[in-house]
Design a protein around this ligand. Sequence first.
Ligand SMILES: Cc1cc2nc3c(=O)[nH]c(=O)nc-3n(C[C@H](O)[C@H](O)[C@H](O)COP(=O)(O)O)c2cc1C
Length: 394
Amino acid sequence: MLNAIEISPKVWWVGGLDWSERHFHGYTTERGITYNAYLIMDETITLIDTAKSTFTDEFVQRISQVVDPAKIELVVTNHVEMDHSGSLPAIHRLAPNARIVASAPAGVNEIRAHYGIEAEGVKTGDSICIGERTLHFVQTPMVHWPDNMVTWCPEDGILFSNDAFGQHFATTKRFDDENDLCEVYKQAKKYYANIVWPYGAQVQKAMAALAGLDIRLIAPSHGVIWRSHIPEILEKYQAWSTYQTEEKAVVVFDSMWHSTEMMAREICDAFIKEGVTAQLIDVKHTHISDIMLYLCDARYVACGSPTLNSNMMPPMASFLTYLRGLSPKNDQRIGIAFGSYGWAPLGPKQVYAEMENMKFNMACPVIAQQWIPSEEQLSELQATVAKIVEDARA
Ligand SMILES: Cc1cc2nc3c(=O)[nH]c(=O)nc-3n(C[C@H](O)[C@H](O)[C@H](O)COP(=O)(O)O)c2cc1C
């Protein structure tokens, strides 16, 4: 087992390493997950967050390497979702007199609803002196639950950011600069796109509340701790939370007999020809949470489905349902809906309606192709995409 790690003098990483988890509420976690918690060995021994309940034993063992868990006097619950609070009842049993604080009122209510435990509420501006250090609380509601908050420790310059700046990444190396940085950024982006994306305005508020702090470590509740690339990850959150797009196109399709696939390939090639970075994605072979990674900063999104029994294909419907939940309601992204049909173009029309409903800026009417597209029809598709790009750049 990986031992507890001192990430800053008297501040220890404890928590759980989940090497094998591959699906986390509908999101593929190909690199596993960490449930980070932090133990501060000050006059008041303090625990920041806990771990998923299935990791209670390993989490308590890690704490025990540093201190007897019965000596914990304060538990800060930044977020009650069970991957962070599942071991709270165990800590409450081991240290029954420890104060438990959570965001007021949502965090307090959620702890009561989940565990029947009474916590103390804290709000933005509240602080608790734990000896040499004073912990300051900043509520960050809806980044991504109503109870979210972060805890700031100015003496160490540590921001205990909970889900913000996290990544699903199980690794024994606890710091950003000890890992393959491309992988860390990829997992941070996948996390943002699948969990935080709808809450840009709330992220902006949280970033404003944290502006000006001399942050030396960002210690999230998932993944690695940021120490060498703090400005970079803040910059990325700034871009993601303001929905900045890049000159990129994502072409997502499903197809039974390859007609819609031919159209998808033509659309993709047309973007490439226009100098737009393009990604072709067969929705039945790519997990929806991976598609989000490509999609969240793409300016152009083209979705195509043939008609199957008067409907779009179920994998496309699943992807669009997922996207609808995550999709911010803005019209910065340009949409194209397309697909083939035999006798009634309902599949492509449904795709168009879904995208319009999500407030995509639809660049053209639905492109519905009866049966197999001819060379001439494919050339027309090329010309349509070229015009869309030209208009977008104008
Ligand atoms: C099982 C099945 C059901 C279909 N149902 C419909 C339908 O309800 N309406 C329609 O217009 N075409 C229907 N089609 C025809 C397809 O939409 C048509 O063959 C189309 O060109 C397929 O596009 P693809 O090559 O991208 O799969 C159906 C085809 C299959 C195989």
